[in-house]
Design a protein around this ligand. Structure first.
Ligand code: CMX
Ligand code: CO
Length: 150
């Protein structure tokens, strides 16, 4: 069951400048940052609010690490902007299978590693009315290697 907006993914050309925009304009601070080579992104998570399922909602700012990555290709075509939305669930495997059973293409056979040790998968935007949609199960706090220092 999808219980929150986990994050909104925003593609940018310059992560540091975009982080500074969100800090200077709204006062949002970086909660966590990492490079995910599999996804081809350098990213910063800005925590916006906690949610009543015990999780949180973030902005995920994304700079491509290579031109042929999903975000690199998208930026070249569209410029900066909202790239995807992500719903949080306690069971990404089960929810991905349920969605697949409804005829929506799930891009990965098995969830992969996302921000802060989460497990993620994606639904094809052409099957979701033009919205690239991610499903996320957060790592339990103790299993998140970054939780101590973010
Ligand atoms: N939102 C909406 N539509 C999108 C899209 C997006 N983010 N990305 C691509 N599309 C559309 C394109 O506009 C194109 O439509 P048209 O044929 O009408 O022009 C179509 O989908 C195919 O796009 P493409 O440029 O040829 O790109 P690919 O098919 O090679 O890749 C996708 C598209 C969704 C399969 C790929 O982006 C993907 O695998 N995404 C999942 C992984 C990802 O996005 N990782 C980065 C984020 C990591 C994280 O969140 O942690
Ligand atoms: Co994401």
């Amino acid at each position: 069951m999808l219980t929150r907006i986990d994050h909104i993914g925003i593609a940018c050309f310059d992560l540091d400048r975009t982080v500074e925009f969100y800090r200077a304009t709204y006062g949002f601070e970086v909660y966590h940052s990492e490079v995910n080579e599999e996804q081809g992104v350098r990213e910063a998570m800005l925590r916006i609010n906690g949610t009543d399922d015990g999780g949180a909602s973030y902005l995920q700012l994304l700079e491509p690490t290579r031109e042929d990555s999903a975000v690199g290709k998208w930026l070249a075509k569209n410029g900066e902007g909202v790239h995807h939305i992500a719903f949080g669930t306690a069971d990404v495997d089960g929810d991905a299978e349920a969605v697949r059973g409804k005829g929506v293409r799930v891009l990965y056979d098995e969830p992969r590693t996302g921000s802060m040790g989460s497990r993620i998968t994606f639904l094809h935007p052409k099957d979701c009315h033009g919205v690239l949609t991610e499903l996320v199960t957060s790592a339990p706090p103790s299993a998140d290697p970054s939780s101590a220092e973010h």
